[in-house]
Design a protein around this ligand. Structure first.
Ligand SMILES: [Zn+2]
Length: 277
């Protein structure tokens, strides 16, 4: 345990005076310390999809002072994206989403490093995308890419925040390898309701869910407060109802059963939670 903590502490950088002033108000949160802020600065997040969900999460991770984000999202911006994708600008229509996403984040907080890939999440690129990441935010609108991300995160021992929405509804849960159920435990079969298509979106709903993703990611990365574990949050903003469901690992899950802790996960979570190391 001690060696794990030392390894994690060595990764923590100093903050420059502008960063300290930018995060001054969040460091007024009860028990939110400079140590938490430095952990965030030392962190890299893969944002798998920078649309209404992932793009909003990226904005709040940037203003909170995350060190680095990796954006993966294939394709060019369309005008029909603009009711929800707050990283985007009207004059960028027809051009690469990830390029505009990087530009916007750098304008918001120049201390955040952004690496971009105009690519879908695929078996051939997932190890590259997760190479530096301590967390993945799953915000792609199809099960195929979510499963590839889930399976790789489990294999590499990287936590993942999973969220999806449709119309006025959405769900959110965290996947901590070896601790919580994985995506395959909860959805062993693809849900046709969530397949990639022109599904209805109210931008404020995807934005709210993106904010929740950012909160969970910050908690997981810093050890501040308690991330949602073994629970799934479901909401229907049409009725403004929020419900919570307990989630369970499947004994026969082919993805996460008999999962060993990896060195990567040990580095990330060491010293943050009792359940690590
Ligand atoms: Zn599983």
């Amino acid at each position: 345990m001690e060696s794990c903590i030392l390894e994690a502490e060595e990764m923590i950088p100093e903050l420059n005076p502008i960063e300290l002033e930018r995060c001054r108000r969040q460091m007024m949160l009860p028990d939110f310390t400079l140590e938490h802020q430095k952990r965030l600065k030392a962190s890299t997040a893969l944002i798998a999809g920078i649309g209404g969900l992932g793009g909003t999460a990226a904005v709040y991770l940037a203003v909170a002072g995350i060190g680095k984000m990796i954006f993966a999202h294939y394709g060019n911006l369309t005008i029909s994206n603009m009711n929800r994708q707050i990283l985007m600008k009207h004059d960028w229509i027809g051009k690469s989403r990830v390029a505009q996403g990087k530009k916007t984040i750098e304008e918001i907080n120049p201390d955040v490093e952004v690496e971009i890939y105009d690519e879908r999440i695929a078996e051939v690129n997932i190890d590259k995308l997760l190479n530096d990441a301590q967390i993945a935010l799953s915000a792609r609108p199809n099960f195929q890419e979510r499963r590839i991300l889930n399976n790789a995160c489990i294999r590499l021992g990287i936590p993942m925040t999973e969220a999806a929405m449709n119309g006025m509804e959405g769900y959110l849960f965290n996947i901590i390898p070896g601790i919580t159920p994985c995506l395959n435990c909860i959805y062993p079969e693809d849900n046709p309701e969530w397949e990639e298509r022109a599904f209805p979106v109210l931008g404020a709903v995807s934005g709210m869910l993106g904010c929740l993703m950012a909160i969970e990611a910050i908690k997981i990365l810093t050890g501040y407060r308690e991330p949602m574990l073994n629970r799934l949050l479901y909401f229907d903003t049409g009725r403004m109802e929020f419900k919570e469901f307990k989630t369970y690992k499947r004994d026969d899950c082919i993805i996460c059963k008999r999962l060993p802790f990896s060195k990567h996960q040990t580095q990330i979570l060491s010293g943050l939670y009792d359940y690590s190391c």
